[in-house]
Design a protein around this ligand. Structure first.
Ligand SMILES: [Zn+2]
Length: 323
């Protein structure tokens, strides 16, 4: 079993944190980005050439000073290219922990980096949901959709389409309030209304709930528990620019690839804010799926768990192979 754990993609250890799958290795092993090292080496070579030329031509009055500068830059380059012991140790620790966790779960298949779960909030919307469903169908990926009660009411056909394609359906409140400001009763009502609507359309009552904005308070947490539901947050490895901010497909792709790690739940949207982002932004999805698969990841859906998932803000959920 290969446990070449996602160094750059998870902790941002791999300098730059760009498309980690391919270029992580070299940069992650040393303490400095590649371009800086090459710049310093180039500078040293140039200075040495110039020094030799000067000494040869005029006897080099300022040769000692120049030599000192050259040595300093040279030493700097050597120090920077050496693997930073702390970073290397952190990567090892991370790999060991991930290996233990994977072994404990026994879910990572040979040749796989593990399982990631795509999750789409705020839908369904006629503007975005059908396009997302089409891409997921073409790629054979199952995901988890957290639906808003108001939108379920308006677009029951889309809810049925989500169900027909085998995706998991969760509850994302009735009309997207900030739950940190709600009472126990208000929270309970918002969740129950939505459960009722979803059950009426699909015949199934959701067990997964996602807080709008990820916000909650102890009273709303109690309401979620009393309803026998699990709240589901997500993996957020660095301040990325999520799709709801309309940063364009390249940025969304970059953000999502940065989240790749075994058991990571990736936060995406198919309603509300992303409706205004335009269709073009959706280009990220197909590319993300291909890149993740090339890097060895499988896609799963979200299910309840017996303990906290540290990679997903300690939500008691897991990403499992689709049924
Ligand atoms: Zn939302």
């Amino acid at each position: 079993m290969s446990v070449a754990v996602p160094t750059s993609v998870d902790g941002g250890l791999g300098g730059g944190g760009a498309v980690g799958a391919a270029g992580a290795g070299a940069a992650a092993a040393s303490g400095a980005p590649d371009w800086l090292v090459w710049l310093l080496i180039g500078f040293t070579v140039l200075m040495l050439t110039w020094l030799i030329w000067r000494v040869g031509k005029r006897g080099g009055k300022r040769a000692p000073l120049t030599l000192a500068v050259v040595l300093l830059v040279g030493v700097g380059a050597v120090v920077l290219t050496r693997p930073a012991p702390e970073t290397a140790a952190a990567v090892d620790r991370q790999a060991a922990t991930a290996a233990q966790e994977a072994a404990a779960r026994g879910k990572v298949a040979a040749g796989s980096e593990g399982m990631v779960g795509l999750s789409f909030d705020d839908g369904p919307s006629p503007e975005v949901t059908p396009a997302i469903l089409r891409i997921l169908r073409q790629q054979g990926v199952r995901a988890t959709f957290f639906l808003q009660g108001t939108e379920v009411k308006k677009h029951p056909d889309l809810v049925r389409a989500i169900q027909r394609d085998g995706h998991v359906i969760g509850n994302h409140s009735y009309n997207h309030p900030d739950f940190s400001t709600l009472t126990y009763d208000q929270a309970r009502q918002s969740i129950e209304w939505t459960n009722n609507l979803i059950e009426r359309v699909t015949g199934e009552r959701p067990t997964l709930f996602r807080y709008p904005f990820g916000n909650s308070n102890p009273e709303t947490d109690r309401a979620v528990r009393d309803l026998g539901m699990w709240d589901v947050l997500w993996h957020w490895s660095e301040p990325g620019t999520g799709d709801f901010e309309c940063p364009g497909w390249k940025e969304v792709e970059r953000y999502a690839i940065n989240q790749l790690a075994d058991q990571a739940i990736i936060l995406l949207h198919d309603g509300n804010d992303v409706i205004g982002c335009g269709e073009k932004q959706l280009k990220y999805l197909d590319r993300l799926i291909r890149t993740a698969r090339q890097a060895g990841y499988d896609f799963g859906t979200i299910a309840t768990a017996d303990g906290p998932s540290h990679i997903n803000q300690d939500s008691w959920v897991q990403v499992v192979a689709p049924e």
